[in-house]
Design a protein around this ligand. Structure first.
Ligand code: SAM
Length: 240
């Protein structure tokens, strides 16, 4: 069923306007009586029936509200070192499709891309748009947020907020299979930039409580590693 995100929860009736209304009437060619889903982007779906088409507006009757069934039970936050070019766009899109709860970019010693505050604010707005489009396309019930740029020490300070912190590191010996994940509801995933992490950064994460995890003997590109890590983790947690 077609899905659309809305900003405010509807009452008995709702309406779609602008691009969404054009999409319903012109691209999907939906008719009066057909059903679609409105989603508040925070985990609730509203099943609706089309009541009328008016100039630039589709009028809907809300039939029921139900929790979105596409959201993983586990909340995985991806802490991704800022990658150069459009790699970050790809990483965010794929992470949202896979079910990430939130993406937080980190600025590490070997990041090639080092935007100033203003440039990062622009990038963050674009990342948020990519997360929105990906969430809409894949039927998510939430739009994952894209966080502020953090430094490694700031990231370590937040470890206590997670049940498990997985530091994906090519020098790690243990695979995900050896890491206890039962009962973990909030999991942090850390992935490095093109040039990897400096030894001191890696030591800092481990000292602060992160579990170093290997993705196998091959070195994955920084845009491949988060996708592989999230897919393996969500599979291990029974979400795939
Ligand atoms: N330091 C490396 C180098 O320059 O050869 C490569 C860094 S890799 C391109 C980028 C990030 O992907 C790493 O920092 C790590 O987080 C993750 N990664 C890549 N391959 C991995 C593997 N086999 N196991 C765990 N993590 C991996």
């Amino acid at each position: 069923m077609p899905r659309f995100f809305i900003d405010t929860p509807p009452g008995e009736y709702a309406e779609l306007t602008g691009e969404d209304a054009r999409h319903v009437s012109l691209a999907l060619r939906m008719r009066i009586g057909e059903e679609l889903v409105l989603c508040n982007g925070q985990g609730t779906d509203f099943r609706c029936r089309i009541e009328a088409f008016e100039e630039g507006c589709v009028r809907l009757r809300v039939l029921e509200s139900v929790p979105s069934c596409t959201e993983p039970q586990v909340r995985v936050t991806l802490f991704q070192a800022l990658a150069k070019g459009d790699k970050m766009d790809t990483i965010i899109q794929k992470a949202v499709e896979l079910g990430v709860y939130e993406v937080v970019p980190i600025l590490t010693a070997r990041c090639v891309s080092r935007p100033d505050e203003r440039t990062f604010a622009k990038k963050r707005a674009r990342y948020a748009r990519i997360a929105y489009e990906a969430a809409k396309q894949c039927g998510r019930g939430r739009i994952p947020a894209v966080g502020e740029l953090l430094t490694p020490p700031q990231l370590c300070e937040g470890f206590s907020g997670f049940d498990q912190v997985l530091f994906f590191y090519e020098r790690a010996e243990l695979s995900l299979r050896s890491i206890p994940l039962e009962g973990a509801h909030t999991i942090a995933v850390i992935v490095g930039p093109e040039g990897g992490f400096e030894e001191e950064e890696a030591a800092g994460f481990i000292e602060a409580g992160a579990a170093p995890v290997s993705l196998g003997p091959r070195i994955l590109r920084c845009e491949t590693a988060p996708v592989a890590a999230l897919a393996a983790l969500l599979y291990a947690m029974g979400e795939m």
